[in-house]
Design a binder for this molecule. Structure first.
Ligand code: PSV
Ligand code: MN
Length: 395
């Protein structure tokens, strides 16, 4: 007998965890300035405390992604303390992101820098990040690089590609048993002529060169306009090379807007490809779902809860696609029925089913309202007022 919609949604939500980034909680801005928010996190402990609120109310964000330079002020020596702080707030440390972009020496790149001493420094920082990941019990080392060039002729693109392959392989060799290396791509910013890992194909090839535990990380904001992200996802799934996501939405470039705020159907289509693949192959791919957003204007904790709500809704809608029917329609070339199969699932109001899932887990039915009613923000705003802001990240 076909599984009921409610059951499909419950099962999908049971399987759906999404990691939130430590850099989503401190004050952030653009190059035109920063608008401060009362109570924004100012230390690693405060970021973890805020993240703990999101998990306590949504029940699906047990891990927090960290950036080595921003969250481990003393490198490896901070590892135990940060892990303990996370535990105190009911969360764990998730993906560790080496910070290979702030220091002056990285002006011409890190793994692609023509100077071997800088490449060595970048490798050492990454190796230290892997040690941190081991110490805090994290399975993921997540790499993003600013490397590239801004003007034609200024960089040896082929040599840089080879340096990347070498550096990644050395880091891969240091991974623990069940650790993965996630390799993120981005076609622009801060380099505006060429970026060393500009697209999923480059990330795919470099991951293959690095070793068997390297995978591609898809940041939804890191594509050219009109690119078909769900097709990239489908191909990576079929190749067993999809490692995870940095979820966010955008209208123009890497805008870091709330997931689903601009194009929820695209997020739905991505989640659909994942669930359709699982149905087709009989195997659920191990995927690290992570949010990569930092909000300059929206209240940060509320925004993170809103994002998680959106992610759950879109994931639940994708679980409603009737895969057997869709397959039949596709095989017979019944185009309208196939498309309507997706649209029907997308237009279903899954919110009552999500509320039911929350009730069954003892979670508040409306996490945003529960957060507002908790008085947490007023309390921390008072506690944090007047202290000097130490937290880093886009500061
Ligand atoms: C770069 O745009 C990025 O997407 C990378 O994932 C970084 O780690 C993150 O944003 C935070 O700067
Ligand atoms: Mn990212």
């Amino acid at each position: 007998m076909a599984e009921k919609a409610e059951e499909r949604v419950q099962r999908a939500l049971d399987s759906f965890l999404v990691e939130i980034p430590s850099w989503g909680f401190p004050d952030t801005g653009t190059r035109f300035g920063k608008f401060r928010q009362p109570g924004a996190a100012g230390s690693v402990a405060e970021k973890l405390s805020d993240a703990g609120q999101v998990h306590a109310l949504t029940g699906c964000c047990p891990t927090v992604a960290v950036h080595t330079a921003w969250d481990f002020p003393n490198g490896l020596a901070s590892a135990e303390e940060v892990a303990a702080e996370a535990r105190k707030h009911g969360v764990r440390i998730g993906a560790v992101n080496p910070t290979l972009f702030e220091e002056q020496c990285y002006k011409n790149g890190s793994f692609g820098n023509p100077d071997p001493a800088i490449r060595r420094k970048a490798i050492e920082h990454t190796l230290e990040s892997i040690e941190i990941a081991k110490r805090v019990g994290s399975r993921y080392l997540s790499l993003w690089f600013i490397d590239g060039s801004c003007y034609p002729g200024t960089a040896n693109i082929r040599r840089r590609k080879r340096w990347f392959a070498e550096c990644l392989a050395e880091c891969h060799a240091a991974l623990g048993e069940d650790q993965y290396l996630l390799v993120e791509y981005k076609p622009f910013e801060p380099a505006f002529y060429h970026t060393d890992i500009a697209d999923w194909g480059m990330s795919f090839l470099l991951s293959k060169a690095a070793g068997p535990k390297a995978r591609v990380l898809v940041d939804t904001g890191h594509h050219y306009q009109a690119q078909n992200i769900e097709q990239i996802v489908a191909w990576l799934l079929d190749e067993g090379m999809l490692g995870g996501f940095h979820l966010n939405d955008r209208r123009y470039a890497d805008d870091d807007l709330t997931l689903g705020s601009i194009d929820p159907y695209q997020v739905f289509r991505i989640f659909h490809e994942i669930q359709f693949h699982a149905w087709d192959s009989g195997q659920r791919a191990e995927i690290a779902y992570m949010i990569d957003q930092s909000h300059n204007l929206k209240p940060k904790i509320e925004e993170m809860i809103q994002t998680v709500n959106n992610a759950q809704e879109l994931f639940a809608k994708a679980a409603l696609v009737d895969h057997a029917a869709l397959s039949r329609f596709q095989e017979r070339g019944e185009l309208i029925d196939a498309e309507e199969c997706l649209r029907g699932a997308f237009s279903t109001d899954v919110r009552p089913m999500i509320r039911e899932w929350r009730r069954s887990k003892g979670l508040p039915e409306d996490p945003l309202a529960a957060f507002r009613a908790s008085g947490y923000m007023q309390r921390v705003a008072a506690e944090r007022a007047g202290r000097s802001v130490a937290a880093s990240g886009y500061c």
